[in-house]
Design a protein around this ligand. Sequence first.
Ligand SMILES: C[S@@+](CC[C@H](N)C(=O)[O-])C[C@H]1O[C@@H](n2cnc3c(N)ncnc32)[C@H](O)[C@@H]1O
Length: 218
Amino acid sequence: MKIKKISKKLDKNEFGSKKAKKLKTLKERAENYNKMFPNYPSIIVDKDWLYGMWVIGNNYHSKKNYYGEYPPSYLKRVYSLFPDAKNVLHLFSGVVESGLWLNECRFDIKPELKPDVIGDAHKLSNYFSKELFDLILADPPYSNEDAMHYGTPMINRNKVVKECYYVLKAGGFLCWLDQVLPMYRKIEFRLVGIIGIVRSTNHRFRVLSIFQKIGDDE
Ligand SMILES: C[S@@+](CC[C@H](N)C(=O)[O-])C[C@H]1O[C@@H](n2cnc3c(N)ncnc32)[C@H](O)[C@@H]1O
């Protein structure tokens, strides 16, 4: 029942006074990032494809010490690319705190983390209505070894991406942070961006893959 309530809240809420200007093109999104982070290397858009490199460093200020926690400034950087998103799903939310977007839903399998919705990412369609979210930020375990840290089985990326397709609006974005490019169907998603993410020495290199859901009429 809690899940239904959340879906309704997300459906009804408007961006209200915080309404961000709609960014129509990838170029506008990149420009917004470059404006908000002028001291970092620019994000480039070339041939309808967005790419960049983020060197983010360690999160020495975090008191949570959660395995796999986002590096500092990661969410702010993603926000600068998608400030106009209305309904945002933090998939595999871990210890993420809401606050950047107006309507955010944190989704994780571990009840002790107190996400907004406790559940299994392979079954998103059981929890949320179709085409509810404008933006999904996914940060899954990257390997069996990672999954062991959370006490969960390693995810099936194909299944989760399929479920993301169901709950994402046409034209919405899926930002998938991982060590691999997940499999996707080209009739469902268009890969529109790749951002390499380097944390510091002896940390794994990651990649943020940005997909846009293709609409029925395309
Ligand atoms: C890499 S961590 C995410 C960390 C998060 N980005 C942060 O900043 O705290 C992966 C998360 O996925 C969750 N998880 C693992 N399997 C899951 C599943 N099948 N469904 C939902 N969440 C799952 C784990 O509990 C863990 O919190």
